[in-house]
Ligand binder design. Structure first.
Ligand code: IPE
Ligand code: MG
Length: 222
């Protein structure tokens, strides 16, 4: 979800206004996914690297997240959304974490759309955490190193139990992965749109999915 800052700058507004407008895009895109019948949506809301932003901006983002969860959870619950969070969540402020825990608990038995928030998330960190778990199981002989396969890695990632994405969508025209789901997107179709995230609404999601539908996925076969 990139381009909030540039969206605000274009309008002569503070960056936090861009983040605020971006939260409305989240609401619309979640609703559109429900309507289309998409079962899993992962939103890259805050990366490991985003901790290097100025403290003011981090504070604004965390407050926005907390407010979003408090205000929107009842609506998401009604829509049948089940919330998950991936990342080094222990780094989030306590107030954010407790709001997150509440939202996850409240929506845990929903089945219509699994919404995964990537928070304090980095793909490399995720792989490091998985390797640590696997190594410690191997060291205590709970796991045979010879038996380690792709599934072993997948099962130890934060996304264990969540299927790999079919479509990776990035806004604001940037053509890079920025440490997002590095393992999981090995065969995802990538769609990049020039729109800034706060301008990305339902019609844009429909367009991205139409683009996805035109692709021929061969997974290395012919
Ligand atoms: C994405 O917008 C939001 C977060 C990273 C939380 P940016 O804040 O990266 O916006 P730009 O890239 O400065 O336009
Ligand atoms: Mg950015």
């Amino acid at each position: 979800m990139d381009g909030n800052g540039r969206w605000a700058r274009e309008r002569g507004l503070p960056r936090r206004e861009g983040h605020r407008a971006g939260a409305e895009s989240v609401r619309e895109v979640v609703e559109a996914c429900k309507e289309i019948g998409i079962k899993f949506l992962t939103l890259y809301a805050f990366s490991s690297e985003n901790w290097s932003r100025p403290p003011d901006e981090i504070k604004a983002l965390m407050e926005l997240l907390e407010r979003f969860l408090r205000k929107k959870t009842p609506e998401m619950h009604k829509q049948g959304v089940r919330l998950h969070a991936i990342g080094r969540l222990e780094a989030l402020p306590d107030t954010c974490r407790s709001e997150l825990d509440l939202a996850i608990a409240k929506t845990s038995s929903n089945t219509d759309l699994d919404l995964v928030l990537a928070l304090s998330y980095g793909g490399r960190e995720e792989i490091v955490d998985a390797v640590r778990q696997i190594a410690s199981k191997a060291a205590s002989a709970d796991l045979d190193p010879e038996g380690i396969g792709n599934d072993t890695i997948s099962e130890h990632l934060y996304t264990s139990g969540i299927p790999d994405p079919d479509l990776l969508l990035r806004t604001s025209g940037e053509c890079r992965l920025s440490n997002f789901l590095l393992w999981q997107i090995s065969y995802a179709e990538i769609v990049i749109t020039n729109k800034f995230w706060p301008d990305f609404r339902k019609a844009d999601l429909h367009e991205a999915i139409a683009e996805y539908a035109r692709r021929h996925r061969r997974f290395g076969a012919i």
